[in-house]
Design a binder for this molecule. Structure first.
Ligand code: NAD
Length: 246
């Protein structure tokens, strides 16, 4: 479905981002695996992707830094000769009830989850506009749609990302570029494994399908949205949450 396309995925050394990179590689895409700090993990992801018979490269990039994003996007386009798909996946949580939340906990989550997507989109949109084609996929969260106690920073960042998605869709549609968001519910990754057991049990009870999702559940939709099959879909927010937020 993505043969010879070049896909750029942020925060792709583990979890959902890694699975998206591998699923896109299985679909025939060459992949740029962006990571924040763990070179060893990124290298592992690169090796797994290359075993699928495509070209994979790793790039260290803190998405909260506009300079990093500008530099790395130029490098990727130079290395691969082009780029076709951008997945803004990098994200963090710094949970606390609002009245106890520190300024830094609020700012760092907004800087990574929301400004990070803006930084990357700005750079790749220029390239996509020149090509008059491109796909942007933002990984938001149902927390940004329904709110979640203890996640004022995270919910606000993810709701902001939905606004960014819809604006990018409107600004870029006439240039043949689509922009959509995927809103996962609870997915089994390092992000959820650090949650208290009781919280996860309560979450499971609230999920009609009765289980947490897997990174593969998100990756399948990301491949579809990046493929020609989805060329008439833009500005959408698609939940993948086992029915949590119906
Ligand atoms: N796991 C879930 O239940 C769930 C639910 C809804 C949304 N999401 C979203 O899915 C995305 C992936 O999360 P995950 O569950 O795989 O978590 P994860 O913690 O395993 O992965 C997050 C990745 O983002 C990277 N990252 C963090 N800060 C960064 C920065 N400043 N610059 C670049 N990379 C950075 C991390 O290094 C990591 O590789 C996130 O945006 C998250 O908010 C996850």
């Amino acid at each position: 479905m993505l043969k010879n396309k070049v896909a750029v995925i942020t925060g792709a050394s583990r979890g959902i981002g890694k699975e998206i990179a591998l699923e896109m590689a299985r679909a025939g895409a060459n992949v740029a695996i962006l990571y924040n700090g763990n070179t060893e993990k990124a290298e592992e992801a690169r090796a797994e992707a290359e075993n699928l018979g495509i070209t994979a490269r790793i790039y260290k990039c803190n998405v909260a830094s506009a300079d990093d994003c500008a530099q790395v996007s130029t490098q990727i386009i130079s290395d691969f000769g082009t780029a076709d798909i951008l997945v803004n996946n990098a994200g963090i949580t710094r949970d606390a009830l609002m009245f106890q939340m520190k300024e830094d906990e609020f700012d760092s989550v907004i800087a990574t989850n929301l400004k990070g997507a803006f930084n990357m989109t700005k750079n790749f949109a220029r390239h996509f506009i020149r090509k008059r084609t491109g796909r942007i996929i933002n990984i938001t969260s149902v927390s940004g749609m329904m709110g979640n106690p203890g996640q004022a920073n995270y919910s606000a960042s993810k709701a902001g990302l939905i606004g960014l998605t819809k604006t990018a869709a409107k600004e870029l549609a006439s240039r043949g570029i689509t922009c959509n968001a995927i809103a996962p519910g609870f997915i089994e990754t390092d992000m959820t494994s650090s949650m208290p057991e009781g919280t996860l049990d309560t979450a499971k009870k609230a999920i009609p399908l009765g289980r947490l999702g897997k990174p593969a559940d998100i990756a399948a939709l990301a491949v579809f949205l990046a493929s020609d099959l989805a060329s008439y879909i833009t500005g959408e927010v698609i939940k993948v949450d086992g029915g949590l937020y119906i």
